[in-house]
Each structure stands twice: as C-alpha cells, then as structure tokens.
Design a protein around this ligand. Structure first.
Ligand code: MG
Length: 384
C-alpha cells in the first residue's frame, strides 16, 4: 500500500486524483493533502481520507482551519509547510497538481527526497526543465507525466530509446475558439473562452487552451521530459481528443495512445505504473466512432503557439519568461484588466525585451520569472 501526498488537492486534477484513490482503496492511502486557500474543500477531504498532515499555503486560511479541526490532523502553512509535507519520510509518492510556477520549489524538494513523482503541473518543467530533469536523473527518480499528451508520448514510447524516434505528434483539441473566425477574437468574452468543448479543467489552463499556449507549454514540457529536439515535435489539431499524442519511429511505424477524454485515465496510470489496473471508465467504442479529424495549427490565428516555438528554440531563460508573462497576462484577462488579444501581444513584447541567459541557475530563472511579471504590469498600464 502506497502513501500518497496530493499537492493542490482542491483543484481539478487534485480532486480527480482523490477519485482514483477512492476507486483503488487497496492500493493507496492518502496521507497528506495541500491546498492554496480552499479550506472548505480541504475539510471535506480530511473528513473522508483522514490524512496525517495537511498544508494550507495561505496563512490566514491555515489559521482558520486549525481552529476548526482540533488536534486530529497536523496543519502546516506557507511554502515551508509544503516543503515539510513533501519531505515527510512516510510519503512514498507525490502528486504535483499545483497550478503555475508555484509548483517548482515543492517539485524540486520531492525529487531531492527521492519520492515517486506524478507530475500534473507543466509550468515547473517549462521554467526549469533542464534543472528538474538533471536532478531527476541524478537521483534516479522517474517523473511520471499526468498531462494527457505527455502520458500518451510516454506510453507510446514504451521504453524505446529516444534516438529511435523520428517525430512526435503532440495532439491538440484546438480549444474553445478553434472554429471561431479570427475577426471575432476582438470581442471574445471570458465566458466564451471558459467553455472548453472536450476537457473540463481549471480556469488558467482553459484560457491557455483557447490561445493554444497550453500546447506551446506542452511542446516545451515534452522536449524536457523526453529529451527531444524542438524540430522533432509537431503540433497536430485533433478536435475529437481521442488520440492523446503519437510517436513515429525511424522505421515509419507510428504508435498512438487512445482513450476517452477523462483525466482519471492518465492520473491512474501515473499512480499505478507499470501496472494496468481496472478502471471504472469505459474504453472507446470503435463501432460507434465514425471519423477522426486532423489539421495543421494556424500560427497566424494563434500567435501564442508561435511564441512558444520561439522560446523552445531560444531556451535558456526564455521559456521561463514566456511562462511568467503568459501566467500574469491570463490572470489579468480573467480579472478583466486586458482583452483576450492582448495576451499574445504582451507576451511577445516581454520576450523581445528580455536579455536571455543561456545556461541559467535556478536563481536566475526565478529572477527572469519576476522580471517578466513586472514587465507585464508595466505593459498592462501602458495598454490601458
Ligand atoms: Mg494536456
């Protein structure tokens, strides 16, 4: 029986992870949970799973929870609490389901403590992929991807050497704006952007799906996870989202991974790898499936994907700058401070103004991240 810590348990992936754990009670014990500030959801999860420790990053929310719980559960708070939670000796596996760059430090702690890692967050890899993967190799920690595309590449690779890979097709549903003409992007509302046709996800990632930045971040994620050059990764629009990505080998054979569009499938595989345990979810009914569609992405309509390809060629601190500028701009869009079309404009300006460092330290990556966020603030003021 494995003891699992779920970081970001109130979010979409966190909750799905708990559903998987609930369906496999003989495999897992949830011993630690963390949230940013949603103590209402955390309280329900504590009542059901009885973890030994929890962490609430927001200190005021942590104090509130402590008062309502008594002594049955240890409540930690802040970044240092998250660190303690991850390092705890009784934890075997850590699900990193925190959104955004906040996942980087706990991820590094988990790798350094030699935990099994299921990684749902993509920003940490995008920012510091070389450092994270270097550390994982050094500690012989296998990072099990949870992102459905990365899980598909991992499964399609099937342990083959990356030198035998000719190219990878990173599939994209195309997001909520795929069929909307570019001329209508000017008036696009938050509500429209948040209506994803295939996946039900958190707000940040749904906006990233609409701009295709999500695919851009996944491009960088795949490069680092599988040690692939940018020229080997092709983004492929596939609106049905049944093929979650494909690997074409040198001999012309393509391996694809297909399953229904539900995050519980890649989550379960990451948690129980290398086993194939039964799932409550149905497989694909190929008798009912008539057609699958594919298309090349339109980089003119979705400039964020073009910018991500640029960052993938530049590397160094550029992916961290792309990520931070995007994260801050998406926040501003969700707070109705900027228009949808301003997201790529601001990200591009910030990238152009950045003096890239080729082989950055973690400290230099963090500085590039804060610099980019300040630049976004400045540009947002100018725009308005
Ligand atoms: Mg994905």
């Amino acid at each position: 029986m494995k003891n699992i810590a779920v970081l970001g348990s109130s979010g979409s992936i966190g909750q799905s992870t708990l559903e998987v754990a609930r369906s496999l009670p003989r495999q897992f014990r949830i011993t630690a949970l963390s949230v940013n500030s949603d103590i209402v959801k955390l309280k329900q999860q504590i009542d059901e799973f009885h973890p030994k420790r929890v962490c609430v990053v927001d200190r005021r929310a942590a104090a509130k929870l402590k008062n309502s719980l008594g002594h049955s559960v240890k409540v930690l708070c802040g970044q240092e609490g998250l660190d303690e939670l991850v390092r705890d000796e009784s934890v075997h596996q850590v699900m990193v389901a925190i959104t955004g760059s906040a996942a980087l430090v706990p991820l590094i702690s988990a790798i350094k403590s030699g935990k099994e890692i299921a990684l749902a967050n993509k920003e940490a890899l995008v920012m510091a992929g070389e450092i994270v993967m270097g550390l994982a190799r050094e500690r012989k920690v296998l990072i099990r991807p949870v992102d459905s595309e990365q899980s598909a590449i991992w499964q399609s690779l099937g342990g083959q050497d990356v030198a035998s890979v000719k190219q990878v097709y990173l599939t994209a549903s195309g997001g909520p704006l795929l069929s909307l003409p570019r001329s209508k992007f000017k008036q696009v509302t938050i509500k429209k952007v948040l209506q994803h046709p295939r996946w039900k996800m958190g707000k940040k990632i749904t906006v990233d799906s609409a701009t295709l930045m999500n695919k851009g971040l996944e491009l960088l994620e795949a490069m680092f996870l599988f040690d692939l050059g940018v020229e080997k990764i092709k983004v492929l629009i596939h609106p049905e989202a049944l093929i979650h990505s494909m690997v074409e080998f040198n001999d012309g054979v393509t391996m694809a991974q297909l399953s229904v569009t539900d995050m519980r499938i890649p989550i379960q595989y990451a948690l129980v790898y290398p086993q194939r345990l039964p799932s409550a979810l149905a497989g694909i009914d190929f008798y009912r499936l008539s057609k699958l569609h594919f298309a090349k992405p339109d980089l003119g309509k979705f400039p964020c994907l073009r910018l991500a390809y640029q960052a993938a060629r530049d590397l160094g601190t550029m992916p961290a700058v792309l990520n931070a500028a995007n994260e801050a701009s998406v926040e501003n869009f969700l707070a109705q401070k900027i228009k949808f079309l301003s997201i790529p404009k601001i990200v591009e300006k910030v990238m152009q103004r950045h003096s890239r460092i080729a082989r950055p330290s973690l400290g230099q990556i963090m500085s590039a991240d804060s610099w980019a966020r300040e630049e976004v603030k400045r540009l947002t003021c100018i725009l308005n």
